[in-house]
Design a protein around this ligand. Structure first.
Ligand code: PLP
Length: 384
């Protein structure tokens, strides 16, 4: 027998399979309700004008290796972007940073450091539901992963009681993977008041918050507002934390794989030590990260005009997403589709749990409505 006869076929990734089905579908009226990638009014990918401007600025860059921890200007500017310019963690140099292979690479690297620092017996808590990759990223490292109820299907809202109870009951040293904003897939986030309360519990219970920050700026159109939870936990509540930032969605740099992991520690010496670990783990895995995407982000953040343009681009994207939600909601109400569709306009970000039963979802995916004059009508016919 060959060396690989005992290898079992690993299940295919549901989200990427759905994208494959979508691409293969020849219907003119198809709508991609799967993978979270922003499209413009014509259904096309959008290269942000700020990114276009940055690409012109870095046109003559060479192709040498970056340092192991990544492009220094990118790390510096992106860290200040996420944590704010004047927060104590940044000014007291208690922040470790490392460029990563987008948000996923940041989560994996953060998990590897935490596995060493907090020990293999600590539990990683993830929300139910959550982004489909969370469980397997942390299980692959060796962690025990526990999910808890985050979303109340009956109301279409956050189950804040369950969230608080789980925080209260978790053992000290437990890791909580929190979506910094625009929770995927529920679109429900704690309010600022609820975040404050969670930070208080996390502090008294000695929990470790890990923020998955894939949608900063693209959620409300206001970067600072979207970074509230992170900055509150780190700057106001003074907690140690890990932050896994992606520039896939908010700069439209999906395929460039540009992200950042930050660890906020109690002392500057601990940050230096953690950063050395990040460098060692990066050297082992990828030696050093790719340059192009990091150069783009640094060029945007380092130039006042391009940065102002980016902030405008963020509000264009978040505004269009909100408008699409409103149009769908209005049409469902106008056509008297049975059901309560408020959640479509209440939930934030790229995702929404419609609460449709599975058979309806499968119909929505496969039924061809060639004669429909618009994709909304196709959806409405299935909703009703
Ligand atoms: N975290 C969440 C919640 C996401 O929705 C995504 C992408 O969809 C990611 C992380 C990671 O994305 P990427 O690795 O492309 O930055």
């Amino acid at each position: 027998a060959g060396f690989f006869e005992h290898v079992a076929f690993a299940p295919l990734d549901a989200i990427f399979e759905l994208t494959k089905d979508y691409n293969a579908d020849t219907s003119e009226h198809k709508v991609n309700l799967g993978q979270g990638t922003y499209k413009d009014g014509n259904g096309e990918p959008w290269v942000l004008p700020a990114v276009q401007g940055a690409k012109e600025k870095i046109r003559d860059a060479n192709h040498e290796y970056l340092p192991i921890l990544g492009l220094p200007s990118f790390r510096h500017l992106a860290t200040k972007l996420v944590l704010g310019d004047s927060g104590p963690a940044v000014t007291e140099q208690r922040v470790a940073s490392c460029q990563t292979l987008s948000g996923t690479g940041a989560l994996h690297l953060a998990g590897l450091v935490l596995y060493e620092a907090l020990g293999p017996s600590c539990t990683v808590y993830i929300t139910e539901p959550t982004w489909s990759n969370h469980r397997q990223v942390f299980e692959a490292i060796g962690f025990y992963v526990q999910s808890y109820r985050y979303y109340d299907e009956a109301t279409g809202k956050l189950d804040v009681a369950s969230l608080e109870q789980t925080f209260e009951a978790a053992a000290p040293g437990s890791i909580f993977v929190m979506h910094a904003c625009a929770h995927n897939p529920s679109g429900c986030d704690p309010t600022q008041e609820q975040w404050r309360r969670l930070a208080t519990i996390a502090k008294s219970r000695k929990l470790f918050p890990l923020f998955d920050a894939a949608y900063l700026g693209i959620t409300s159109g206001d970067y600072d507002a979207d970074a509230f939870a992170i900055r509150h936990f780190v700057n106001e509540a003074g907690l140690e934390a890990a932050i896994c930032t992606s520039f896939a969605k908010n700069m439209g740099l999906y395929g460039e794989r540009v992200g950042l992991v930050n660890f906020i520690t109690q002392t500057s010496a601990a940050a230096t030590a953690v950063e050395s670990k990040l460098a060692q783990l990066t050297r082992v895995e990828i030696s050093n990260p790719p340059a192009f995407g990091a150069r783009i982000v640094a060029a945007v953040l380092g130039d006042a005009e391009l940065c102002a343009e980016w902030f405008r681009n963020l509000s264009t994207m978040s505004g269009r997403i909100a408008e699409m939600r409103q149009q769908l909601y209005d049409a469902l109400v106008r056509l008297k589709a049975p059901g309560d569709w408020e959640r479509i306009i209440q939930q934030k970000g790229m995702f929404c749990i419609l609460g449709l039963p599975l058979d309806r979802v499968l119909q929505l995916k496969s039924k061809r409505l060639e004669l429909s004059p618009s994709p909304w009508i196709s959806i409405l016919i299935l909703f009703t």
